[in-house]
Design a protein around this ligand. Structure first.
Ligand code: ADP
Ligand code: MG
Ligand code: ZN
Length: 195
């Protein structure tokens, strides 16, 4: 998307399950913007404290500096006047208000690159990602490797923990699965709960 006209704003969405390389791809695009000498700011929800508070980090240990913000309002306040590119990781945790916020940034000439989970651990669309995908100029869907069978994995399977939609974790509590292995796991979990 580097071929867009210099002053035009737009929205890119990078989505997929856990371990699919969303954060790696976000970091790659932001590093290229830095190489192009554009002013870049990166944000993540304060809820995600898995690694480092002031960085966005991938499962392959790549990272960029980032600001952890409590909510969309805090994100809007933190965007500097000279910022050309805004990166947002774990966008699914920001809620519906994120859509209007990034629309307004793009309308005002900012390139916004958003990474987030497109489905929750039940395989349901994870708001506000569907709406972000609809208004974005470009959508990239990443796929992981299914931890069970090695096929392409499109879903995040929760290995342990409760029923809450939001449960931040990594390899200890989730694994990537293909459609088939995901359904198999859900079936086994529901049988386990009944027994
Ligand atoms: P995401 O942000 O989508 O969770 P990351 O960018 O943090 O993904 O990490 C992607 C990296 O995770 C891969 O390049 C690979 O090194 C590692 N990885 C670990 N498990 C898997 C898996 N099941 N499928 C694909 N990559 C995996
Ligand atoms: Mg990530
Ligand atoms: Zn599988």
């Amino acid at each position: 998307m580097e071929s867009h006209s210099r002053d035009a704003g737009w929205i890119e969405v990078i989505c997929g399950p856990m371990f699919s390389g969303k954060t790696e791809e976000l970091i790659r695009r932001l590093r290229r913007a830095v190489i192009a000498r554009q002013a870049v700011q990166v944000f993540k929800p304060a809820i995600d404290k898995r690694y480092h508070d002031t960085r966005v980090t991938s499962h392959s240990a790549q990272s960029v500096e980032a600001v952890a913000v409590a909510d969309v309002e805090a994100l809007k306040r933190a965007v500097g006047a000279g910022t050309r590119v805004v990166g947002i990781d774990e966008a699914q945790f920001f809620g519906a208000g994120l859509v209007e916020a990034v629309q307004s940034l793009a309308d005002n000439g900012t390139r916004v690159v958003i990474a987030g989970l497109d489905q929750d651990y039940r395989g349901q669309p994870f708001d506000p990602m569907p709406a972000l995908m609809a208004v974005a100029e470009q959508v990239t869907k990443c796929l992981a490797v299914c931890a069970q069978c090695g096929a392409l994995g499109s879903r995040s399977f929760r290995l342990s923990g409760g029923d809450g939609r939001v449960q931040v974790g990594a390899a200890d509590s989730y694994e990537a699965r293909c459609r088939q292995c995901f359904h198999q796991g859900m079936l086994e979990a529901s049988r386990g709960r009944v027994a």
